[in-house]
Design a protein around this ligand. Structure first.
Ligand SMILES: NC(=O)c1ccc[n+]([C@@H]2O[C@H](COP(=O)([O-])OP(=O)(O)OC[C@H]3O[C@@H](n4cnc5c(N)ncnc54)[C@H](OP(=O)(O)O)[C@@H]3O)[C@@H](O)[C@H]2O)c1
Length: 226
């Protein structure tokens, strides 16, 4: 009989809205989840809250970011853009040989509904450069509003663009996204993430103009059944 061994996922910045929503969904689907934070206390507090939400189902614990990264098979980075590089540098050793899923959108407050990409292209490419080839960096989830993630019984009406230079790593992240009720696509190399990163400001702009909490996008012309 095949055993479905669920990988342990650490979410750095999992105390926040986006990372917390993703962590909750993976924990709900049976993945051991570790909430990462700058402080172990905040991480454990957020983990305890999540355990309560899940009513005892699911395995969630909280650790300081480097310990969380060390203990996981797959690591998710979900912190504000201003903290992206510093957070990654702090856990570089612990990431060796692993997949890092970067959720970061390079927003520049206060004008977050305006596309303001870094001079070098996408923010995630700088992370891959910083970490080197020993870490498979995958960009995903930039367009998924945290608002929808906490509603566990609802599918999210926004597709996920997954970009990575390692296609196998991208496929693994597509599968992880689909496990939690999202439709995800392998959208090509890491440099293509520039589109997903920029698109978030467009979606924020739409949210404001049409007074809704979370607009999204759909890829058409292709079917998951194909
Ligand atoms: N919110 C959304 O709907 C959404 C949607 C798509 C993508 N995103 C992207 O996902 C990422 C996280 O978004 P979020 O809304 O969850 O952000 P957030 O709640 O503001 O921050 C997430 C966590 O990052 C850590 N953090 C905050 N400031 C930091 C700093 N200066 N240095 C180091 N760590 C810091 C905090 O954790 P500790 O204090 O516990 O360390 C915080 O709980 C962002 O890049 C955002 O653009 C967000």
């Amino acid at each position: 009989m095949m055993h479905d061994v669920k990988k342990t996922i650490a979410v750095l910045g999992g105390t926040g809205k986006e990372g917390g929503g993703l962590a909750l969904r993976w924990a709900h689907r049976g993945h051991p989840v570790i909430i990462g934070s700058r402080t172990a206390e905040r991480a454990e507090e957020a983990a305890a809250e999540m355990r309560e939400t899940l009513g005892g189902a699911g395995s969630v614990k909280g650790l300081a970011n480097p310990d969380a990264a060390a203990a996981a098979d797959i690591v998710v980075l979900s912190v504000p853009y201003a903290a992206q590089q510093a957070t990654v540098s702090e856990v570089a050793t612990q990431l060796a040989g692993k997949i890092l899923i970067d959720v970061t959108v390079p927003l520049v407050p206060p004008k977050v509904s305006r596309v303001q990409l870094p001079a070098g292209g996408s923010a995630v490419e700088a992370v891959q450069k910083l970490l080197g080839d020993g870490v498979r960096v995958v960009s995903a989830f930039q367009n998924i509003s945290a608002h929808h993630l906490t509603k566990l019984d609802e599918d999210v009406e926004c597709d996920v663009l997954v970009c990575a230079d390692d296609p196998a790593a991208a496929d693994e992240v597509v599968a992880l996204a689909e496990e939690i009720g999202l439709t995800a696509w392998n959208a090509g190399p890491l440099c293509n993430s520039v589109v997903a990163e920029a698109l978030t400001s467009v979606l924020i702009s739409l949210n404001r103009r049409y007074k809704v909490p979370g607009t999204g996008i759909r890829i058409t012309g292709v079917s998951k059944d194909a």
